[in-house]
Design a protein around this ligand. Structure first.
Ligand code: 13P
Length: 249
């Protein structure tokens, strides 16, 4: 079902104690607010099980997972491990993983399938770099990320997937996509999903915007008909800012 979601991607920030304090603040706020918006936080792996002890309404995401179920893969973390630590979601295909760890759409497809098989909900990221936008290739790039990354998922599997459109030029730069740019791509993504599945499924898909989303611009971004929430980086590290973004709906 299409849901309103605001997810905080903490990336490689916070030590355990600060992470716990941040999570506790977000949980307290969520309890006051009620449950019309699903609030998700994605702390580092090392914090998940401790943060699970202090959260209930706030849902947990991991920032990555292995494409393998178990075995001799030093340094990898499996979907089962994440589930056992209390994660419900997993961010996959973030542009930082694509750029720095060379994760491509085929590997991401493998990760998405395994995560789904195990019962984790993928938050699958897509988005173009500036040169691709300037060359008019933004739709082609996003189409490729989605068609290859989501290849072979049946309807039931796809219904568990959340899409996050994160134009790479907007991530951590302070340059936010305009509401019109976000809406244009979100509508494109929804139409693409209608082609891959059907109109009903496209209408039920949650599509988040990410990239320099902050309290000052969240409201106008979320007001777009095809923007169902945000994947927030920097502004999710300050409870007050993150809470204001959740309140922007
Ligand atoms: P910023 O909000 O810091 O631009 O990061 C966005 C992001 O990468 C979320 O996954």
């Amino acid at each position: 079902m299409r849901k309103k979601i605001v997810a905080g991607n903490w990336k490689m920030h916070t030590l355990l104690k600060e992470g716990m304090e941040l999570a506790e603040k977000v949980e307290r706020f969520s309890k006051e607010k009620g449950d019309d918006v699903i609030v998700v936080i994605a702390p580092p792996f090392t914090h998940l099980s401790k943060i699970r002890e202090v959260t209930d309404l706030v849902k947990l995401a991991a920032q990555n997972c292995s494409s393998e179920e178990s075995g001799a893969y030093t340094g990898e973390v499996s979907p089962d491990m994440l589930l056992s630590a209390g994660a419900e979601y997993v961010i996959l295909g973030h542009s930082e993983r694509r750029a720095y760890y060379h994760e491509d759409n085929h590997l991401l497809n493998k990760k998405i399938r395994l995560a789904l098989d195990k019962g984790l909900k993928p938050i699958y990221c897509c988005g173009e770099v500036l040169a691709e936008r300037e060359a008019g290739k933004l739709f082609e790039v996003v189409k490729d990320q989605l068609t290859v990354g989501l290849q072979g998922l049946n309807t039931a599997q796809f219904s568990q997937v959340i899409i996050a459109y994160e134009p790479v030029w907007a991530i951590g730069t302070g340059i936010t996509a305009t509401p019109a740019q976000a809406q244009e791509m979100h509508a494109f993504i929804r139409n693409l999903i209608a082609d891959m599945y059907d109109d009903r499924i496209a209408g039920e898909t949650t599509i988040l915007y990410g990239g320099s989303c902050k309290p000052s611009n969240a409201r106008e971004l979320f007001a777009n008909p095809d923007v169902d929430g945000g994947l927030i980086g920097g502004a999710s590290l300050k409870a007050e800012d993150f809470i204001q973004i959740v309140n922007a709906f």
